[in-house]
Design a protein around this ligand. Structure first.
Ligand SMILES: *Cc1c(COP(=O)(O)O)cnc(C)c1O
Length: 457
């Protein structure tokens, strides 16, 4: 505690974690297994293998191995943009006049602009190692597709991205980054797949959704020789890869003897949050330390705070395994005026179970308040944050202001998952004061929740 804390706490290259941490190993209640939607029985590695790469299928189902070695080829790639700095937000603290100490882990320092590259490179590596030709995926706003296209070009894999049509049309710049890295990008729903044709027929003129693009990407993977499907969030394997965020954060804090009091992350599918909190939750589970952990979600897509903890479909076409999670129902689509990302209907099974067990808290925030926080952060800390990340900024600021009232010198750590350069249409709306908040009514939610699947016994 005596050393003066620098603006940026950097780890040395050789201090970068050599293993990922699998928090499931320490969980007393394991996340519920993925189920075969046809039989209602837990899926085996063999059943998952036509969809996922084999090693990733194994990681998906591994509830017991606490530490998994990060292959050297992946560590080599990580070295291009990691270790990522843990930044002491001195300027934000001063602006707020808070006695709290605020730290953020910055994951936006790579071309994809977010933490998603941490898992993209791992998934591309295992696909290459298995001798596959390529992978298929979906992307909404485009961060995941961008990250995956970078990872695939690094390992020489074909990358086919189904991009939600509305984003494809409104976000041409991300699309061009993906194409520059060699990916092919198809607006979804497309006419390339059975499920795409069916959705187009049923909902003519639809601008698509993530759930629908997932169905298309899965069909594309299973209908082409040498292809598998990859996903950038929600899955347990993705949280495993993202544990590098939390491991580095903890190592940086430990270097200066700092004990976090509160850890805050935004939650869409739960991957950055799960990765950030894993080592801290591990300590909590083993009774070694205690932390307050807060998941922050948009009030317009409130899966943890207003959803149901139940088995649900992961996609609109209902081709994916069933997962038990906090969900708003697979048919839920956030209101069109929602601009801030984090729009998936469900939440990682791991994060859902931790929340259900009371190990973490959840809070929802409205988007205008999120952009106010983003603006303040950008002006004092310099970085233009992604709208997604700004959900965490909002709650970090709120908590720091509470400390101002109580005079408590708490250590607040939050995840700054990425930059917002491709989200300027949303910033434009905010700057023009055209941004509004829409909170779904109970009736809205009841409608999509009524379509939860009945699990065959
Ligand atoms: C994708 C994304 C998120 C949300 O995804 P999680 O899986 O919940 O982490 C958050 N921030 C940024 C910058 C993203 O690209």
């Amino acid at each position: 505690m005596n050393k003066e804390i620098p603006y940026k706490i950097y780890l040395e290259e050789n201090e970068m974690p050599k293993e990922w941490y699998n928090v499931r190993a320490d969980m007393k209640t394991k996340p519920a297994p993925l189920l075969n939607p046809g039989t209602g029985k837990p899926l085996s590695v063999e059943e998952l293998s036509p969809i996922f790469c084999e090693e990733l299928a194994k990681q998906e189902l591994d509830d017991n191995t606490a530490y998994i070695a990060i292959p050297e080829e992946i560590r080599e790639f990580y070295r291009m943009y990691r270790p990522a700095p843990l930044v002491r937000a001195y300027c934000l603290e001063k602006k707020l006049g808070t006695p709290a100490h605020i730290y953020y882990k910055f994951e936006g320092n790579n071309t994809s602009g977010s933490h998603k590259l941490n898992s993209a490179i791992a998934q591309a590596y295992y696909a290459k190692k298995q001798g596959l030709k390529g992978v298929t995926t979906e992307t909404g706003a485009g961060q995941w597709g961008t990250a995956l296209s970078m990872a695939c070009s690094y390992f020489g894999l074909d990358c086919q991205v189904y991009m939600v049509k509305v984003s494809y049309e409104q976000k041409p710049f991300r699309r061009e980054v993906m194409r520059t890295y060699g990916a092919s990008v198809t607006p979804s729903p497309s006419m390339n797949t059975n499920v795409g044709r069916k959705i187009n027929e049923e909902f003519p003129g639809t601008t698509g959704s993530l759930g629908c693009a997932i169905s298309e990407a899965v069909e594309a993977a299973t209908s082409q020789e040498g292809y598998r499907y990859v996903l950038g969030s929600v899955l347990s394997q993705v949280l495993l890869h993202q544990s590098i965020i939390g491991l580095e954060t903890k190592a940086a804090l430990d270097k200066y003897g700092i004990k976090a009091d509160m850890i805050i992350g935004c939650a869409g599918g739960g991957s950055n949050l799960g990765g950030l909190i894993s080592p801290f939750v591990g300590e909590k589970l083993r009774g070694e330390a205690d932390y307050r952990i807060i998941a922050v979600e948009p009030a317009s897509c409130p899966s943890l705070t207003r959803g149901k903890f139940a088995y649900d479909f992961c996609d609109t076409g209902k081709v994916c395994p069933l997962a038990k999670m906090y969900t708003l129902g697979s048919g839920f689509i956030p209101s069109a005026n929602h601009a801030g990302g984090l729009r998936y209907h469900g939440m990682s099974s791991i994060v859902s179970q931790l929340y259900d067990d009371g190990l973490i808290e959840a809070r929802s925030v409205e988007q205008t308040a999120v952009f106010e926080a983003a603006e303040m952060f950008a002006r004092v800390e310099g970085i233009l944050p992604a709208p997604e990340s700004s959900h965490a900024i909002r709650v970090a600021i709120d908590e720091a202001l509470k400390c101002k009232e109580t005079g408590e010198e708490k250590n607040i750590v939050f995840g700054l998952t990425g930059t917002g350069y491709f989200d300027l249409v949303a910033y434009e709306k905010y700057n023009n004061k055209e941004m509004s908040d829409y909170i779904p009514t109970d009736e809205d939610l009841a409608k999509s929740l009524a379509a939860l699947p009945v699990i065959p016994q």
